[in-house]
Design a protein around this ligand. Structure first.
Ligand code: NAD
Ligand code: MG
Length: 382
């Protein structure tokens, strides 16, 4: 039996993780956590009988506690709840599928408690990678990537000497607006931005894919996961999303992982690594596909990607500001309070406004986040 916990169990990655649990009887769920979807969390509690479950929202947690009185599951809430879940004694692997920087503290807590991390929550690594990676090394904890590109890179590194890596080729679908110019993007609605061509995901990451900020976050995530400098990470637009990423070695050989776009594969790979469990689903049919194509990313139109490289080169607290400004701007866009193109304008403004701290601790990371949000809120009220 492998005992797992899931932060963000009601979301896109969380629910797909639970599908994998349904298909693998040797996985047991011992803890779940979600933001506010009490109805779905209740269903999950009844199906998987975890020892504990947490809701961020205190009131919703209090209501849920009454509703599931007949079950043995303890109901927790707020940050305290997330931290307790992250450190539960019996849990071996924590799937971090929560969205945003809120994942920093629970992820650190889980590493301190020696839990293996199956990491989907990229915002945590982008902002606190300089703390998390050394801490995991010190505690002998594995961080296994769930993000499809990083899983592909990781799979392409098995049995290889990492010193011989010459380049990481991070593939990108290009999102729903690939090929369009800035002028074509002024009237983009929330509905347009939420139509991703190849993947069905949570709203925030879907918008991030449309701005290419997601690819920028992934470049930073790759730097931390694989210890590769930004110059060695190249983004390649590959609209079919069949090649999930590649690694080029010193002799020119390129290793890649291919498959249908289905997040269950990287999630399951992280849960059973180094085993590769069977999985049902459509297979790649090369005759049906016939062509795989590649393009250079258009960083003039999609400035989010260029700004991510800038933030990464600057280092310190700048990736936090890049990420925090994006989190705030995307939620404003989803609330229809700003236009699509303003997301990157706000990120740029927040970065220009920030004085970098070289090696921020968790509290300083959260301060930098608050400053970025204040900056954006200030611009909104003007
Ligand atoms: P989602 O919006 O579908 O789900 C987010 C989950 O986090 C939900 O269960 C929500 O309840 C929970 N949550 C949000 N705030 C919370 C809080 N304060 N406390 C507790 N729980 C909270 O998002 P998603 O698409 O599943 O993405 C999750 C993470 O995985 C993100 O960091 C995303 O970038 C990353 N990721 C997702 C995909 C994908 O295919 N969806 C692929 C790669 C990486
Ligand atoms: Mg990805």
């Amino acid at each position: 039996m492998k005992k797992i916990g899931i932060l963000g169990s009601t979301g896109s990655i969380g629910t797909q993780t639970l599908e994998i649990v349904r298909n693998n009887p040797d996985l047991e769920v011992c803890a779940l956590a979600a933001g506010s979807n009490a109805a779905l969390l209740e269903e999950q509690i009844r199906e998987f009988s975890p020892g504990a479950a947490a809701l961020w929202d205190e009131e919703a947690a209090a209501e849920l506690r009454l509703k599931v009185k007949d079950t043995p599951t303890r109901i927790l809430s707020g940050m305290e709840g997330l931290l307790e879940i992250a450190q539960m004694d019996e849990m071996e692997v924590l799937v971090t599928a929560i969205v945003g920087m809120i994942g920093i503290k629970p992820t650190i807590a889980a590493i301190e408690a020696g839990k293996t991390i199956a990491l989907a929550n990229k915002e945590t690594l982008v902002t606190a990678g300089h703390l998390i990676i050394p801490l995991a090394a010190e505690r002998g904890v594995s961080i296994l990537p769930v993000d499809s590109e990083h899983s592909a890179i990781f799979q392409s590194m098995q049995g290889e000497n990492r010193e011989r890596i010459s380049k990481i080729l991070l593939t990108a679908s290009g999102g729903p607006f690939r090929g369009r110019r800035r002028d074509d993007l002024t009237e983009i609605t929330v509905e347009d931005a939420l139509k991703h061509p190849n993947w069905s995901m949570g709203k925030k990451i879907t918008v991030d894919s449309a701005t290419l900020v997601n690819k920028g976050l992934e470049v930073i995530e790759a730097k931390w996961l694989f210890g590769v400098e930004p110059e060695k990470i190249q983004v390649v637009v590959h609209p079919q999303s069949i090649i999930h990423s590649m690694v080029e070695y010193a002799d020119g050989a390129i290793m890649a992982q291919l498959g249908m776009p289905d997040m269950k594969l990287p999630i399951q790979y992280a849960l059973f690594y180094p085993d590769r469990r069977p999985m049902q689903g459509k297979r790649v049919d090369f005759f049906e596909l016939s062509t795989l194509t590649f393009e250079k990313p258009d960083t003039q139109t999609f400035r989010g990607l260029a700004m991510a490289y800038e933030a990464l080169r600057e280092g310190g607290s700048m990736p936090t500001v890049f990420n925090a400004a994006n989190e705030r701007a995307v939620s404003l866009f989803l609330e229809r309070r700003i236009r699509f193109l303003e997301i990157c304008d706000l990120i740029q403004g927040a970065m220009e406004n920030h004085k970098t701290m070289a090696r921020p601790c968790v509290e300083e990371i959260l301060q930098a986040q608050a400053q970025a949000c204040d900056y954006i809120n200030g611009r909104m009220s003007r």
